[in-house]
Design a protein around this ligand. Structure first.
Ligand code: C2E
Ligand code: CA
Ligand code: CA
Ligand code: CA
Length: 274
């Protein structure tokens, strides 16, 4: 029993080493990825409920590494988030997205900010400087943050959001429904929209609970004067159900996967309704 125990420990240690080594490589790799040109952004259209017009694009980062091939942002963003690398990465993402929005006829670009970026001192000044340098109006930029970013220090977050909104940025609360936000507290934050997490959209056709949650979020959004964006929309049935339920906007593979800048510009003038 003792021997088996030790074996297990060793396997576990090796697993840990492997994990730590991977994290370290990712962290170092990210620091160089920008200069090496390994990063890119792809853009996924966000469409209006009625006319299915493309009203904006969410920018999503991609990293093609020499060593591991493409790594998902779901893997490397949390690693970057644990160190200051997130700032350099975030700056590159923002600057690239701002350069891109100039090429869209009138859509906004929706940029994801991690909690650490959002809590950075002088986040407001920093983002304002970036848009000014790029010559972009704040109204063409949507800032996506998650509940985690705002509920830890709600008072400070509320102030930051208020300032950003005063300046004309759009604010979207991402992955809504998965975090800890109390519905009650949502009122305190200057928001423009709620993005319903795709897990609820996914479950809509199968489980009554998911459908009920989707309906509640839409009603809540309406009651608070917020737009509601449904993400992860994959089927015509979901589109139908979401339109009936009154979602303001939709995003998902049903309309388009995230695409290259060139394709995004083509999609910008397309309408998804025949
Ligand atoms: P997210 O912000 O919730 O982004 C939506 C994710 O859902 C994207 O995954 C997108 O490609 C995927 N998606 C969109 N429509 C569908 C659909 O119909 N079905 C399915 N199954 N998936 C869909 P992606 O690009 O892999 O990004 C994963 C996460 O990584 C993002 O989740 C976000 O949290 C983070 N991330 C991505 N890009 C950035 C970035 O530039 N900055 C920051 N801070 N985080 C980012
Ligand atoms: Ca997002
Ligand atoms: Ca999301
Ligand atoms: Ca998500």
């Amino acid at each position: 029993a003792k021997r088996a125990g030790r074996g297990v420990t060793r396997l576990f240690d090796e697993g840990m080493d492997e994990g730590i080594r991977f994290r370290r490589r990712v962290e170092q790799g990210l620091a160089e990825a920008i200069d090496k040109g390994e990063l890119s952004l792809v853009y996924q259209p966000i469409v209006s409920r009625g006319e299915l017009e493309v009203i904006g694009f969410e920018a999503l980062v991609r990293w093609n590494t020499e060593e591991y091939g493409p790594i998902s942002p779901a893997t490397f963003i949390p690693i970057a988030e644990e160190s200051n690398v997130i700032h350099e990465l975030g700056d590159w993402i923002l600057d690239s997205a701002l350069a891109m929005v100039q090429r869209f006829p009138d859509q906004y670009v929706s940029v994801n900010f991690s909690p650490r970026q959002f809590r950075r001192s002088n986040f407001v000044g920093h983002i304002m400087e970036s848009v000014q340098r790029a010559g972009v109006l704040p109204s063409r930029v949507q800032i996506e943050i998650t509940e985690t970013a705002i509920f830890d220090d709600a008072e400070r977050a509320a102030e930051t959001l208020y300032k950003l909104r005063q300046m004309g940025f759009r604010i979207a609360l991402d992955d809504f429904g998965t975090g800890y936000s109390s519905l009650y507290n949502i009122r305190k934050f200057a928001l423009d929209s709620l993005k319903i997490d795709r897990s609820f959209i996914d479950g809509m056709g199968r489980e009554r609970e998911s459908a009920a949650i989707v309906h509640s979020i839409i009603h809540l959004g309406r009651a608070l004067g917020l737009e509601v964006i449904a993400e992860g929309v994959e089927t015509a049935a979901q589109v139908q159900a979401l339109r009936l339920a009154g979602a303001s906007h939709m995003q998902g593979y049903f309309f388009s996967r995230p695409v290259t800048p060139e394709l995004a510009i083509e999609l910008a003038v397309q309408r998804f309704l025949g």
